[in-house]
Every structure is written in C-alpha cells, then in structure tokens.
Design a protein around this ligand. Structure first.
Ligand SMILES: *Cc1c(COP(=O)(O)O)cnc(C)c1O
Length: 532
C-alpha cells in the first residue's frame, strides 16, 4: 500500500438536517446522529463535508482488506471515534461472520458484466452490509457518550423493529449480544416466508425477542409506531429498565455510510483483476426499494469513484422509475402490488429525501415544501434544475413480475449462475439501459431466500401461480435442496440449509395493537433481566 497517498487530516464531521430544523453549525457528530436516528423536525441527517478521493488515493487502496477499506472510508468521512477504535470495530463488523474473505465479492459473468454479491453475511441478504456494522458503532457511540457525560445516569437502548421479512432477521443478527442494546422484532403472522420465519424464530442471543402479530405488515408497523409515541410506555421503560427506544431503521445515517464502502470495494476489485484501469468509468444498476442502496452508490460517485450512470431498477411498484423519468413523484392513484421481489414493494422511498437535498443545492426550504406536498397531496414535482441534476446521474426502468422470473431462467441458462428475484430486476434493467461502460449489477439476496420463486422461474411457472402439489408441501429448506439437485445449482450455505433442524425459540403470536406490542416488550424485558 502506498501510504503516502493515504494521509488524511483527522477531522470531526458534523451533520445537516434535510429540513433545516437543526441550526447551521450546531449539527451533531456521527456518533450523535446514529443515536438520534432522525432529526427533530422529521428530516434526515446528511454529512456537512463530503471527502474527495483522488485516483491516486483510490489506486493506493487496491490491496486493502475489506475492513481496512471500510475503516479508511469512515475516517475520511470524519467519524468522531479514535482511529484504532474504528479499525477494531470494522474487524468485528466484517470478519468471519461473512462467508467470503472479500466480504462483497464481484463475480464477472461476461466481459464488462459484473455482479456485486451483497449476500455473504449471516442472513444471506444485503441488509447485513449495514446491520453488521451499525450495531457495533451504536454500542461504541453509547460508550463514548457516557465518557463525555461523566458519572450521570446512564441508559441503554431498546430497538423495536416492525418487519415484512428480511430486515427483522438482519437486525436480530446485528444487535444480538451487542452491549447496551436489546432488540425485539415484530412480523406479520402468516405474512413472511417459511425460511424468513425460521431465521427469526431460531435467533440466538440473550437480548433478543421475536413476535408474530395478527394482521398484515401495516397493522404491525402501526402498532410498533404507536408504542414509540406512547409517552406512558416510554416513561415506564426509562423508570423501571433505564431504557430508551430506538428504531435503527434504514434512514439512520449509520446504515447508509457502510453501504458506500462496497461500491468502492467493487471498483477496486475490478482494478485488481485488470478488468478496468483506475479512472475508467463504470455504470451501476441497483434493485431499489427505499432508495438507500442506490443513494450510497451516488455518495460513492460523489466522493470520487468513477461511476457514470446510476441505473435505478424497480419492480411493478414503479413510482421511482416514473419519478426519475418525469420529475413528478405521485402516489395518488398507485396501487400497492405484491411481487416476487417483496423487499422492493415500496411506494414511499424515504431515503429519496436525502438525494433530493443533495441535488437541489442542499436547500431545506425546497425539501420541506416537497415533503409537505407528498404528505398532504400525495404528489410533488421538483424544479427544473433539480430534475436536470437528477437526470445527469440517474436513469430508471421497471421490470414486471413475470419478466423477473424469465430473467432468472435466462441468466441460469446462459451462465449456470442462479440469481434471486431482486437481482433479476436489476439484471433486466441493466440489459435495457446500460451504455458502453462496464456495468456492475448489484445482487441483494442469495437465491435460496426466495426459493419458491426461483423454482417457479426454472420450471417456467408464471409469478403468483401455485407450485406443483408435492413441491407445494415442502419446507423452503427442502424445496431449495430440490432446486440445487434438479438444476445442478450450488447448494445454499449451511446457515440456510440447516434451518429446519434448528430449535424454534420464539413462536408467540400477539394481537396487532399498541397495548399488545408494549405488553410483549415488557414481558421480554422481564425475561432478559431474570437470572436463569
Ligand atoms: C432492502 C432490499 C432491497 C432494497 O434496497 P433499498 O436500499 O431499500 O433500496 C433490495 N433487495 C433486497 C433483497 C433487500 O433486502
């Protein structure tokens, strides 16, 4: 490593609030933003200063390990922790909890066509990239705050998560046995897949809890949000357990920053393998839901990774495709459609607010106006300059449910490489929109997390149609075993294939009410604190 190219000035970055309620110059530091999560007026935190990497600096990082690279990026973003602390936290976040030493390996399938695999973590989906990292920094942030406060009263944090599937398991794995935190997850009973249920219900750790909720995901989320804003409940948690609630959700900057790292890593891997020369432009295509992943790609571009086109890929819920193509975000008459890529079934993409803030000249009055319109009229249109800025970085397309399954089949036939339905959406959009540059297609889940739809794809059964009788009775683990046996695909990792044998720890189902959620949380806390 050329250390001369890697000297940086240590500084502490502070954060803007996209809606401007935090006075300029009074912004929080990194550790403060991750504990706060959201700004007081409902806005999102954005770093005041963005580092700029030169090509020489990028070239000097080619031989870094993933945790070294992640630590370097955090330092360049002015994270307010000592360098040695950042180094050691990154070793914890990105170590043998991942099943590939590259952490996010890039697979080259054809000249100029690369797949960035973000599913080598403990839950086999990309949420691990952020949720293996945020919790270790969250614990460290709490410790740092205590040191600064001296000997006053201390509190720990209880993370409550409402999940439609993947986020719940990733949050459980991330926070399990992390100091000063506990995590309780609520999912819609009967609304998650067999494999997602087993991943959550078998979770190990002394500070975790999982509950099914009668109702759909909306009921579940409404009940959990209700608990957050119930002052009596918050007061009781503080008084009897010294706990404060936190959500650690995808708008937390501590989930976004770790995602910038893998775009840089992908670029450096391509240089290391002589697929590209340092400075060559690439395109990136991201299967998008809440806009977190693709926003991280934009930040990577902004700080100096030579990315030209950011391709935003949607499924049938194509509000973002329409927005990027017209400048109007409109959910007035948009039905919510269930697709084979459920983690992208989203109509309000919360991280888009950060992107618009960055593209409109960091003008919080504009953001407030647009977000007010979205709330009251369910649509807004950005101004001409912001639209031009958006178009200069992004292109967008959407891919139907059946097209995504057909793509899984086509890619497998061509390359013997099995992709999941989310990745398939990106693959197809990249095929349609990529230019002359090499393209990185972002792969967000292992195929075996969505085995039933992969089975449909390979058997040419349309989306939404039932599986053949006998296959329909199998557990997801056994169905996946058949998928690998019949088509000769690499078997799923042990952490997925062993789930039928793992003991179920959490199978309780509660009502979808605020009271039931609060009761469940208090009961869980009583168990944590009772000596076993
Ligand atoms: C969360 C998720 C996405 C969407 O990512 P965003 O950051 O919300 O845009 C895509 N694919 C999978 C598998 C996911 O879990």
């Amino acid at each position: 490593m050329d250390m001369d190219a890697l000297t940086y000035r240590h500084y502490t970055n502070t954060y803007f609030d996209t809606r401007g309620f935090v006075a300029c110059g009074k912004g929080p530091s990194f550790t403060e933003t991750i504990i706060k999560g959201i700004a007081p007026g409902g806005g999102l935190f954005v770093p005041q200063v963005l580092p700029r990497f030169t090509l020489k600096e990028l070239a000097a990082l080619v031989d870094c390990s993933y945790p070294q690279l992640a630590a370097y990026v955090f330092k360049r973003f002015g994270v307010d922790l000592p360098d040695e602390t950042i180094d050691s936290l990154m070793q914890t976040a990105y170590g043998d909890n991942f099943d590939d030493p590259a952490i996010t390996p890039v697979r080259t399938l054809a000249p100029g066509k690369h797949v960035l695999e973000l599913w080598h973590g403990p839950t086999s989906a990309f949420k691990d990239m952020a949720l293996q990292c945020l919790p270790v920094f969250f614990s460290a942030a709490i410790e740092q705050q205590r040191l600064e406060q001296g000997s006053g009263p201390t509190e720990d944090f209880l993370i409550l998560v409402a999940t439609s599937g993947d986020t719940g398991k990733a949050a459980l794995e991330g926070f399990a046995d992390r100091a000063h935190t506990g995590v309780i997850v609520f999912y819609p009973h009967g609304g998650v897949s067999d494999i997602q249920f087993k991943q959550m219900a078998t979770q190990l750790g002394d500070n975790v809890g999982v509950f099914g909720v009668r109702g759909n995901f909306d009921d579940c989320q409404t009940a959990v949000k209700g608990a957050f804003s119930d002052e009596t409940f918050n007061a009781e948690l503080a008084a009897t357990h010294r706990l404060r609630l936190s959500s650690a959700n995808s708008i937390n900057w501590g989930r976004l920053l770790p995602q910038v790292v893998y775009y840089m890593s992908a670029y450096l891997q391509l240089i290391a393998r002589d697929e590209i020369a340092c400075g060559d432009k690439i395109d990136v295509c991201v299967p998008t839901g809440n806009f977190g992943n693709i926003l991280a790609a934009w930040y990577a571009k902004e700080i100096g990774v030579p990315i030209e086109q950011l391709i935003c890929a949607s499924n049938d819920n194509r509000v973002l495709t329409d927005f990027i193509n017209t400048g109007t975000y409109d959910i007035t008459e948009r039905p919510f459609i269930l697709t084979p890529s459920p983690s992208m079934d989203i109509l309000v993409s919360s991280n888009l607010e950060r992107q618009l803030f960055e593209l409109c000249g960091r003008n919080s009055a504009l953001i407030q106006d647009w977000m007010d319109k979205l709330r009251t009229e369910r649509r807004f249109t950005v101004d001409r300059e912001t639209f031009a800025a958006l178009r200069s970085h992004f292109s967008a397309d959407w891919v139907s449910a059946d097209e995504s399954l057909t793509t899984i089949h086509e890619v497998f036939k061509a390359y013997q490489y099995l992709i999941d339905p989310h990745t398939a959406v990106a693959w197809k959009a990249a095929e349609r929109l990529r230019g002359v540059n090499p393209v990185i297609i972002v792969s967000t889940a292992h195929w075996a997390k969505f085995g039933a739809n992969v089975f449909r794809a390979l058997s040419r059964i349309p989306a939404g149609k039932p599986l053949p009788d006998w296959f329909g009775t199998l557990t997801d683990v056994r169905l996946n075993a058949h998928v690998s046996a019949i088509w000769g695909a690499a078997p799923p990792p042990p952490r997925l294939s062993s789930l039928d044998a793992a003991p179920i720890r959490f199978a309780e189902v509660i009502d979808g009410t605020i009271e039931a959620v609060e009761q469940a949380a208090l009961q869980t806390l009583a168990n944590w604190h009772s000596p076993v």
